[in-house]
Design a protein around this ligand. Structure first.
Ligand code: PEP
Ligand code: MN
Length: 264
């Protein structure tokens, strides 16, 4: 298989407009769960950059559990996120939920995120594969490692070898955390595949004060980076405030992560 270590023994390095993922460095992607407006995304981009993140995250098309919840700002959200990222020298990762939005997302984003709920949306995987853009492939809510690898294969067969696995926790019987963060996936994916893998301790735990410890554990597990949710005012975030870090806690986490990275 194209994604397998046997087929391709060396690590694949994904180049995101000059930011390399999988080259032995630890790359942070930070930003709000949802893009809420120009002021919010500008301020969050400033925070992200101040902590050392290289890539701005933010959703403009949101996969919400309830159809009555905020669904994202759409193209307007993409536009202001791009502007905020450019103002701070950051790249952009954002989710695409629908084939119909691939073209518009490609205009503004550097990495296309496939959300957990779409890990096995095979037509969507084929379609994003055809773009040739770097793809951040989240692990499905109940995705096994084999299913996840097969999902990546759907992208790779389209000729796209810019795949980044994102471990974001899986559903188990435990309810004290939002998901059960499966750190063993990191060395396992590295053993089975040549593509880089990053961790998402925000969705992996769902609890803001567990994010830092799990981010550090992500470094220890050998991850190539992380994606974290931060917000200037988490209490008033339009989505995922409970798991978002404010500036002070984000900067603290980043300095602790830095120490871990240096120790590795
Ligand atoms: C997100 O990144 O905000 C998100 C919706 O993540 P997931 O697809 O992992 O639930
Ligand atoms: Mn979120």
């Amino acid at each position: 298989k194209l994604t397998s270590r046997e087929f391709h023994p060396q690590d694949t390095v994904v180049d995101v407009e000059g930011v390399k993922i999988g080259d032995g460095s630890f790359v942070t992607m930070a930003g709000p769960c949802s893009v809420e407006g120009e002021e919010q995304i500008m301020e969050t981009a400033r925070m992200a950059k101040a902590g050392g993140a290289k890539i701005l995250r933010g959703g403009a098309y949101k996969p919400r559990t309830s159809p009555y919840a905020f669904q994202g700002l759409g193209e307007e959200g993409l536009k202001i996120m791009r502007k905020a990222a450019d103002a701070h020298g950051l790249k952009v990762i954002t989710e695409v939920m629908d084939e119909a939005h691939i073209d518009v997302v490609c205009q503004y984003a550097d990495i296309i995120q496939i959300g957990a709920r779409n890990m096995q949306n095979f037509r969507l995987l084929e379609a994003v594969g055809k773009t040739g853009k770097p793809i951040g492939l989240k692990r499905g809510i109940s995705g096994t490692i084999q299913e996840w690898l097969n999902a990546a294969e759907y992208i790779a067969v389209q000729g796209n070898s810019n795949i980044i696995f994102i471990e974001r926790g899986i559903r188990t019987y435990e309810t004290a955390t939002r998901n059960t963060f499966d750190l063993s996936a990191v060395p396992l994916i590295k053993k089975l595949s040549h593509f880089p893998i990053i961790v998402d301790p925000s969705h992996g735990t769902g609890v803001w004060d567990l994010v830092g410890p799990m981010a550090r554990s992500g470094v220890a597990s050998g991850a190539d980076g992380m994606i974290v949710e931060i917000h200037p005012d988490p209490l008033h975030a339009w989505s995922d405030g409970e798991q978002s870090l404010n500036e002070k806690n984000y900067l603290k986490m980043m300095s602790e992560v830095e120490i871990m990275v240096e120790a590795m």
